[in-house]
Write a protein that binds this ligand. Structure first.
Ligand SMILES: [Zn+2]
Ligand SMILES: [Zn+2]
Ligand SMILES: [Zn+2]
Ligand SMILES: [Zn+2]
Ligand SMILES: [Zn+2]
Ligand SMILES: [Zn+2]
Ligand SMILES: [Zn+2]
Ligand SMILES: [Zn+2]
Length: 1896
């Protein structure tokens, strides 16, 4: 029954039925809607039927049309919020000034309607999609709302009640229909592909719902009401179902739904959380929306459904409901993600939704409080990760029961956890939520359980065998996981802890972290005593949480570190792993892990990289600073020494070379690390501003950088603390340097450090800590040194200063609450270690002096670090002395000025106390040799430095120069090392060879010993220690004797008895893990290896003699570095400045002064040591100074001699040069014929020879097809600009019809309509589009040499960047691309000079020359080469030419002649279109191709003319310059041409420039060699032709007749000048031929032209011919073009230059006409008249447009703001295929939009840009890719990414609009691009060209 009503209704038609239903609904209880919908929405029909959808639209409209209805509903929209939802890859904006939440984003329209011009905004391409926040004041400030949203719009009235009645009644059913579809589809396969299909089926239906949605508030609320009403849902789906077909269906449908619910994966929470509703095992759905969300999850967040759901968010009730429902389903997300085929897309869609829901604080808080959102999130994350755990392999795997995440699993590699983490962070960014989180113990516990899963993940195992073959990249997932899942939430939470009231919260986290850490230590079974050197991980988030919360607590919550730290035993254990990370880092730098491949370096880099450093390395350093401050100093330093594995080195134990090499690097690492610990204040006292300053200074120090580089490299944590200060600090510390104008390398704007950076902020240690590439550090030191050099030069100081030491900044006192890491400097162990460093430093110099073998020895920077640490110790002692009494300084051993003496104690135990002054004075006599039970501890298999190992560089910049990996830290830059290396010998030469003294000074003993040492043959480095020691004991110098008088306090330590601190690491770490058997380390030492050493060491039980104190070593070092004995003196005051800028002696001196000031006994020790070491120094110095003086005199005398000799030589050469010049001057008077013997240098065989027919030489050229000339536009037609609107687009396409190419095509068509093909083809030039331009680098080669060269190119593995088969090669000399050679014809034998003659005589000669028979050229290598060159040029020209003009001899001849013309015209273009002098263009035209080109073309033309009967050239000449004798036949009686064409083109229509080429090619015997008088004669004759053509044209256009009419009144008719006469003659002759009749366009001249104006116009039109002639004259006959200053002079100057007119200042054009021109012209006019008795129209057009003055071609003008360009072209459809291209690109020559790379517009396998480049640019295309801002240049088969024309405020490119800042046109770059295009230089610019393979 109901069906029948429906049928009746439907018969009414859509509109009628709708009106009826509307009335039905308006009544309140609709009777008929239900039945109708039952039919319409019958679930057995396909959901997407168009008819159904259309019915729904009409029904909803209730009697209106759907469009009317939509407009009415929209008019009631309140415009509160925009809410526009967009999908990925849509442009949106973000304004940081207006945003309250960082997630804020607004749509394009809202952005442009609002005012953000002065704000900090950016445009971005949305990655995950989003929604517009305009109008939402919880997300953005109201100022930023656009004029349409918020309250800025007038409120609409209330809508009539019945407007929406149908919509409200229909909506539930409409939505239910969609759910029914989902239910039905759920029975299919459960995989992503099937889901996609199911969603596709309802695409149109969802689209319809979206449309309704877009009608605004009213419709939206009708929809949301239906969605969130529980009753409605129950009514629709709950049983009982009626006993109808539909009822049965619904029952069935419910079953499907139940099944889907049951089969949907459910989370499995721990028992204590099962009661949480959001974790309930079964989902409960109470509304349509609930079920809708379920299907959204089930179908993996289909894009259209997500957009539909988000579109209704402006409705607050709905948003609340949606969020809650979302949370209820949230726990299912991990399961959906794990199963998805494309987790990345799915993640984006999840976040697209969740970001909108959780960004609102109040709502998020409600979800947390009522629905336990945080629990759900953390549990979800934990459950997800819980599935991929593996046993941890750190430490002893047998006893390790800790489980960590397996980074190789899909969840990690595909980043599946990302949406969960992102939501978690988003929620924690709300303060109220974060505080709730911290207060909930259960949550914190759960969170730490999760963190423990990351603790120690991704364990690296050191490779010791071969290189590992497979380098896993899974490490990066470990890093990003720690950052995103652990660190970001940490920073989110920490951002809210700002005041002392929060201290309990911080404490809670600290103690939780300690608890979990302790559990973890147990789990991994790390108790004590040993650490693992072969296994290591970078991931210790628990430590880092502990550090971060402690740091924040100390910094701003009033915590004291000491109060919350665990007891020392545990603290030491907790230091172990971060310390191991540090040593691991330096091991990687030192190459210890080299066999693990590049990935391990990647890890080290990631660890310190900008995004990670705050969360990783900085936290580790902070934590170790805390440990250093709270652990006993000796214990801590001991621990470091062991973890860094440098005990042998620092104990002065002899080592194998390999071991020494490795430990060298590690000592450097250790000292660097310790120096950072004591000095860094990054988290220990620096406020944000200070820290920002340090970071910016660090970045600037390493190199000048662009704004975005700086911003990108600023260490980032989740907040934007640093960027907040960034601009201020940048302004303070840098100077902006704009890119230089005119540069070819597209430079960008750079920030350059100010002096303040170098003087105050440059911290080498911080640079090292941040230097992902070591070269950054080296660069910073170089730049620092350069700065200091300049400064010293400016101040006149700095003479005699040695190489600078790194300016290590003083270590300031940290805030007391944190503890003071500097206390580690008060360690006897450290002092012992530093003594070892200094000792080796002193000995190294000794070794250098003795030229002994390289010995493990610290370079300068290591000494600098050692001195620095001692200075810190001294400063600390001085600080403490102020607060404590001095009685802490207990002198051990004997009193007096001498210090204590120690012997027989291991070096690192030598100093019992930590007092630096006592230890500095203590004389260490000897150390015991190491106990050696086993073989040498071959810990390392690292190869020595020299080995070529992979460099410390990411693969991404492989190939850039970088320093070898071996120099790890604080390395002095390479060149400075060189300086240092050679400085010793310099010193020696300077001091006059007093090497013995120097050596003596270095060994601290007398000359003889040094000599003895030197005499010993090849002492091994390791033996040295012994040798030297023996010598020293034997020699017992005075000093030692004196000291020995006080017998040493003999302390007998037994190593075995020594107490070992209980934190472990003591003893031989490697005993338990014997080193694997290794191949012998590569060694360049011929002497066999370590066996002898072992014997040596084990045999002797001797003590290793040292006999030094720290002070004595410092004194020696000072003296060595300053190159003087006894160089230091306490009497000299310390340097006044506090700047740490200076060389070694400066720093050592400062330290000695400090020590002396601290303790008088140190001062005494200094004095005593000096006395004993250098007793006779004063005398020696005097002697030395005398010697130096003598030397200096000698040197300057020698220099004078050398200089005089140089002067003599110079004078001689000058003389030679002058005489050569004189000879040249004499030659200058001669003509070109005298250059007969010109020789060329062959760049292949390097011989110099003339070109001969048998062995020709060629000019290297690059031939390319060109359309530059075709792109000229009429002068005065205005510049063509890139279209930015439809109107402009139309105009541009109109303008396109005015280009030269279009003009010539029209002219050709006109001529071809009426005249014979043969004749009109010979009347003009071709190749305006697709012509051939030749360009040369100016180098020559033998053609035979080239052939060999090409053969070798083709044979060898062919260069990938050359198309050798197509004849491409690189010029062997300049490496520029070339593809042909122009053979150079030897000039013909000199002809007798032609006597000066009259025009007519010359003309007659020329006729003879043209008509004389010539023998065919004899074949030779040369003629063959000429033929080949011509073939290559023909191949270069586009096929279009052939198709258009055919291949008759005439067409080929025209092509050949046009080749020459094209190249001359191109030169003119490059000169700016005229010969007026202008500033030098970017690319100077090179003219050296023209003459060889004419020669090649001429040879070819002669051959052609022989074959085709001279092509009528003779008769043309006869007509042009009629011979005097046969008076009557002026109009061209044919002499020798064959049957004349029936309809020849009259002369007045033939292109004079084209004819010029013809005569030049055909008249001379060997083109272009011809007497200059003939040239002038030809030019003059053609000038006359041009003149009359121009006059004729101006007559035809009406300009001249009008001027004549104006004349009539004023002047007598007779002598109105040549122009008037010429005009009258033409007008009379052609009268009645309808050629000159006025028609519409000439009837209305805007003003009456006078004759003078017309004369100027005539000259203007004549100029082009003159310019071409002048250029030809210059090329053929040499010499300079006239210097023309202004445009006005050009005409006269060119007439003079061409010898057509005399010295008149402003001649009229007719002055240059040959005698009798008027009569000849009359004949021409008659010929024209005769030829055009019919077909006037096309002839008329030709007459009127024959001469045009062209403006220089140019690229389309571009708008200044990129945004305008982007707005118009982004999303614009291609006119060819109608689709919106993905990478829309615009041709800058014509403005066409092409589909770059797309298949849609492919033609014959050619993508659109390539084929367009061929059509439009003759193979050269210049495209602007709209979304990337980049220019793509296509050149033939190659393409390159040229760069961007648009730069931001900092002159930076923004490729792909990544930053989205406003971009502006760079004029300089546009000029460069245009210049390269005009000069055909693209191939010769240094860019990366690739083969485009037709795919662009
Ligand atoms: Zn908007
Ligand atoms: Zn808006
Ligand atoms: Zn704004
Ligand atoms: Zn050669
Ligand atoms: Zn070259
Ligand atoms: Zn184009
Ligand atoms: Zn296209
Ligand atoms: Zn297309």
């Amino acid at each position: 029954m109901s069906n029948s009503t429906a049928q009746v209704l439907m018969k009414k038609g859509k509109r009628g039925a709708a009106a009826y239903i509307h009335a039905d609904c308006a009544s309140g209880s609709p009777q008929h809607l239900g039945p109708l919908l039952e039919v319409l929405l019958n679930p057995s029909k396909a959901i997407d039927e168009w008819e159904t959808i259309d019915w729904c639209r009409w029904l909803l409209a209730g009697g209106r049309t759907p469009d009317e209805f939509a407009a009415v509903v929209r008019s009631y929209d309140k415009h509160d919020k925009c809410g526009l939802v967009w999908i990925p890859r849509v442009v949106a904006y973000r304004c940081r000034t207006c945003g309250i939440s960082p997630c804020m984003s607004i749509c394009r329209e809202c952005f442009h309607r609002g005012d953000h011009s002065t704000h900090d905004f950016n445009m971005f391409l949305s990655q995950a999609g989003g929604a517009c926040d305009c109008g939402d004041n919880s997300v953005m400030k109201e100022d930023g709302f656009c004029s349409n949203h918020g309250n800025k719009c007038p409120r609409p009235g209330t809508a009539p009640a019945e407007l929406m009645c149908v919509a409200e009644a229909m909506m539930p059913r409409l939505i239910l229909r969609l759910l029914q579809h989902f239910r039905e589809s759920s029975t299919g396969a459960a995989n992503s592909d099937y889901y996609r299909l199911a969603v596709q089926e309802c695409e149109g239906y969802v689209q319809m719902l979206m449309e309704f949605n877009n009608m605004g508030d009213l419709m939206r609320s009708a929809m949301t009401k239906a969605l969130i009403n529980p009753q409605m849902y129950r009514d629709l789906v709950s049983p009982p179902h009626p006993d109808t077909e539909y009822g049965t269906y619904m029952a069935e449908s419910n079953k499907m739904y139940e099944k889907a619910i049951d089969s949907f994966p459910a989370p499995d929470p721990p028992d204590e959380y099962r009661h949480l509703p959001a974790l309930a095992p079964r989902l409960q759905h109470n509304t349509l929306l609930d079920e809708f969300i379920f299907w959204t999850f089930k179908y993996e967040f289909p894009q259209n459904v997500v957009c539909f759901l988000l579109n209704m968010l402006p409705d607050q009730d709905y948003k609340e409901h949606l969020t809650r429902t979302f949370v209820m389903h949230y726990a299912r997300i991990p399961l959906v993600l794990e199963n998805s085929a494309d987790p990345e897309t799915l993640s984006n869609r999840v976040v697209h939704m969740s970001v909108q829901l959780f960004s609102n604080e109040a709502l998020a808080l409600r979800c947390v409080q009522q629905l336990h959102l945080l629990h759900v999130m953390v549990l979800s994350l934990r459950l997800m990760m819980g599935k991929i755990l593996v046993q941890n392999t750190l430490h002893d795997p047998e006893r390790n029961f800790h489980y960590v995440i397996d980074c190789t699993k899909r969840v990690m590699k595909e980043h599946c956890y990302w949406p969960l983490v992102s939501d978690f962070n988003n929620v924690l960014s709300h303060r109220s939520v974060a505080l709730l989180f911290l207060q909930d113990d259960a949550l914190v516990d759960m969170w730490f359980e999760f963190l423990s899963m990351l603790q120690g993940m991704n364990v690296n195992i050191r490779e010791t065998g071969g290189h590992i073959e497979f380098e896993p990249s899974s490490y990066y997932s470990a890093f990003s996981c720690e950052l995103e899942a652990a660190a970001y939430p940490m920073w989110s939470v920490l951002a809210h802890l700002t005041e002392p009231a929060h201290a309990p919260l911080a404490r809670r986290i600290v103690s939780a972290a300690l608890g979990y850490l302790q559990d973890w230590l147990d789990a991994v079974h790390f108790a004590a005593r040993r650490t693992e050197m072969m296994h290591a991980s970078f991931h210790f988030p628990l430590h880092r949480y502990l550090a971060a919360f402690l740091c924040a607590g100390v910094r701003c919550m009033g915590l004291r570190a000491a109060d919350v730290l665990p007891p020392p035993a545990l603290l030491a254990l907790l230091a172990a792993h971060p310390l191991r990370v540090q040593s691991l880092f330096y091991e990687i730098l030192a190459g210890v892990w080299v066999r693990n491949g590049l990935q391990i370096k990647g890890q080290a880099m990631t660890y310190i990289q900008a995004n990670f450093c705050n969360s990783m390395v900085d936290m580790d350093i902070y934590w170790l600073q805390i440990c250093a401050a709270h652990l006993p100093a000796d214990q801590f330093v001991d621990m470091c020494i062991d973890v860094f594995g440098v005990r042998e080195w620092l104990s002065m134990t002899p080592m194998s070379q390999v071991q020494a090499a490795e430990q060298d690097a590690m000592v450097e690492g250790l000292l660097t690390f310790l120096a950072i610990l004591v000095s860094s204040r990054t988290n220990l006292g620096n406020d944000e501003l200070t820290q920002s300053r340090l970071e910016v200074a660090t970045l600037l120090a390493a190199g000048d950088k662009t704004h975005s580089q700086l911003l990108e490299l600023m260490p980032e944590r989740s907040g934007n603390a640093h960027t907040r200060n960034f601009e201020t600090v940048l302004k303070e510390l840098s100077v902006y340097r704009a890119p230089p104008k005119g540069s070819e390398s597209l430079e960008q704007g750079l920030f350059v450090p100010t002096p303040a950076v170098w003087e105050r902020h440059y911290d080498p240690l911080h640079v090292l800590r941040r230097a992902v590439h070591r070269r950054d550090f080296h660069a910073s030191m170089d730049r620092f040194a350069a700065y200091v050099r300049d400064k010293q030069k400016a101040e006149g100081t700095g003479a005699g200063v040695g190489p600078l030491w790194p300016p290590l900044r003083p270590a300031t006192a940290p805030p007391p609450a944190a503890g003071d890491p500097r206390q580690l400097c008060a360690s006897g162990v450290l002092h012992g270690a530093l003594l070892a460093v200094l000792h080796r430093g002193v000995r190294r110099r000794y070794a250098e002096g003795a030229e002994a073998e390289a010995e493990p020895a610290p370079p300068d920077h290591v000494l600098a670090l050692a001195v620095y640490l001692l200075a810190v110790a001294a400063d600390l002692a001085a600080e403490r002395a102020l607060t404590h009494n001095r009685d802490v300084c207990v002198a051990e051993g004997a009193g007096g000025s001498g210090g204590a003496r120690v012997a027989g104690v291991p070096l690192l135990r030598a100093f019992a106390g930590g007092a630096v002054c006592d230890n500095a004075r203590t004389l260490l006599l000897s150390v015991p040799p190491p106990p050696r039970a086993h073989g040498p501890p071959q810990r390392s298999e690292r190869r020595p430095h020299s080995d070529s190992e992979p460099e410390w560089d990411a693969p991404d910049d492989a190939g850039k120069a970088s320093l070898p990996a071996a120099s790890t830290a604080l390395a002095v830059p390479a060149d400075r090392q060189l300086v240092r290396g050679s400085s010793v010998s310099d010193d020696q030469s300077d001091t006059g060879g007093d090497t013995p003294e120097i050596r003596a000074l270095e060994s601290g003993s007398s000359d003889s010993q040094a000599l003895v040492l030197q005499g010993l043959p090849r002492i091994r480095a390791d033996d040295d220690v012994e040798m030297e020691a023996r010598h020293m004991t034997l020699a017992l110098p005075d000093a030692a004797a004196a000291l020995a008088a006080d017998s040493p306090v003999s302390l007998h330590y037994d190593i075995r008895d020594m107490e070992v601190p209980d934190w472990g690491f003591e003893g031989n770490l490697f005993e338990e893990s014997p080193a694997p058997a290794l191949p012998a380390p590569p060694s360049d030492d011929p002497q066999p290896s370590s066996n002898t050493q072992i014997q040596l060491h084990t045999q002797t039980d001797e003590q290793i003699i040292v006999n030094e104190s720290i002070i004595s070593l410092l004194l020696k070092l000072h003296s060595q570095l300053s190159g003087r004995l006894d160089s230091f003196s306490l009497e000299e005051p310390p340097p006044p400045s506090q700047e740490p800028i200076g060389d070694g002696p400066y720093f050592i001196g400062a330290l000695l002064h400090k020590l002396a000031a601290l303790d008088a006994r140190c001062a005494a020790s200094v004095q005593q040591l000096r006395r004993s070491m250098w007793p006779l120094q004063r005398e020696r110095q005097a002697e030395q100074r005398a010697r130096e003086r003598r030397e200096k005199e000698e040197r300057s005398r020698r220099a004078r001699d050398r200089q005089q000799q140089l002067m003599r030589e110079f004078a001689r050469r000058q003389q030679q040069f002058l005489s050569a010049m004189a000879g040249l001057g004499a030659a200058e008077d001669m003509e070109w014929e005298d250059e007969v013997q010109r020789d060329y240098d062959c760049v292949i065989c390097n011989t110099t020879a003339p070109s001969t027919p048998q062995d020709p030489i060629g000019l290297v050229v690059l031939l390319q097809s060109t359309s530059v000339l075709g792109h000229r536009r009429r002068k005065g037609s205005g510049q063509a600009r890139l279209a930015l609107s439809e109107v402009e687009r139309e105009r541009l396409s109109m303008q396109h019809r005015g280009t030269a190419a279009a003009h010539f095509y029209r002219l050709h068509d006109d001529l071809s309509l009426y005249f014979d093909q043969e004749s009109w083809v010979l009347s003009l030039s071709v190749g305006w589009e697709g012509g051939v331009a030749a360009q040369s680098c100016g180098h020559h080669l033998h053609l035979r040499c080239l052939r060999a060269y090409m053969r070798s190119l083709a044979a060898s593995q062919r260069p990938h960047n050359l198309h050798v088969e197509r004849g491409e090669f690189l010029c062997p000399l300049c490496r520029q691309l070339a593809n042909s050679v122009l053979p150079l014809a030897p000039p013909p034998p000199r002809a007798p000079p032609v006597p000066p003659a009259d025009h007519r005589v010359l003309a007659a000669h020329i006729l003879d020359m043209l008509e004389r028979e010539r023998p065919a050229p004899t074949p030779s290598c040369l003629s063959e080469a000429m033929g080949k060159a011509m073939e290559e040029m023909t191949a270069t020209a586009t096929n279009k030419l052939k198709m258009r003009y055919g291949s008759s001899p005439a067409a080929i001849f025209t092509f050949v002649a046009s080749l020459v013309r094209t190249n001359v015209e191109c030169e003119l273009v490059q000169r700016g279109g005229s010969l007026v002098q202008r500033p030098t263009p970017r690319y100077k035209p090179r003219g050296d191709c023209i003459v060889p080109l004419i020669a090649v073309a001429g040879t070819h033309a002669l051959a052609l003319s022989a074959a085709a009967g001279r092509l009528g050239v003779g008769s043309t000449w006869r007509a042009l310059a009629p011979p005097e004798s046969p008076a009557g036949g002026a109009c061209g009686a044919p002499a020798c041409s064959p049957a004349p064409p029936a309809r020849p083109v009259p002369l007045l229509l033939r292109d004079p420039t084209a004819l010029l080429m013809h005569f030049l090619l055909l008249a001379p015997q060997a083109p272009p060699h011809m007497d200059i008088q003939y040239f002038t004669c030809i030019v003059r004759a053609l000038y006359a032709l041009t003149y009359y053509q121009v006059v004729n044209q101006l007559c035809a256009t009406g300009a001249l007749p009008a001027a004549l009419r104006a004349l009539r009144g004023a002047e007598a008719e007779g002598d109105a000048g040549g122009l008037a006469q010429a005009a009258r003659m033409l007008l009379n002759t052609l009268a009645g031929h309808h050629l000159l009749e006025d028609d519409a366009d000439s009837a209305t001249p805007d003003r009456e032209p006078d004759l003078h104006t017309v004369e100027l116009e005539v000259q203007e039109l004549l100029l082009h011919f003159l310019r071409i002639s002048a250029l030809l004259r210059k090329h053929i006959y040499g010499g300079e073009l006239p210097r023309i200053q202004t445009e006005r002079d050009e005409f006269a100057a060119l007439l003079r230059y061409l010898e057509l007119a005399g010295d008149e200042a402003a001649p009229t054009a007719d002055r240059a006409l040959p005698p009798g021109a008027a009569a000849t012209a009359q004949a021409w006019a008659r010929q024209l008249a005769a030829a055009t008795t019919s077909g006037q129209l096309s002839v008329q057009r030709a007459v009127r447009t024959l001469h045009v003055s062209w403006a220089a071609p140019s690229l389309l003008a571009l708008p200044r703001d990129y945004d305008r360009l982007f707005s118009y072209y982004h999303g614009r459809a291609c006119l060819q295929c109608g689709a919106v291209p993905k990478e829309a690109s615009v041709c800058l020559l014509c403005g066409t939009l092409v589909c770059l790379k797309q298949a849609c517009c492919r033609r014959h396998q050619q993508a659109e840009a390539v084929s367009h480049a061929a059509d439009c640019g003759g193979g050269t295309g210049v495209f602007l890719v709209v979304t990337s801002t980049y220019i793509i240049v296509i050149r033939g088969r190659r393409a390159c990414l040229w760069g961007s024309l648009y730069l931001d405020d900092y002159d930076e490119e923004d490729r792909d609009l990544k930053r989205g800042k406003p971009l502006y046109l760079s004029r300089d770059r546009l000029e460069l691009l245009q210049a390269q295009w005009l000069a055909h230089r693209f191939d010769h610019t240094k860019r990366t060209w690739v083969w485009h393979r037709d795919s662009l």
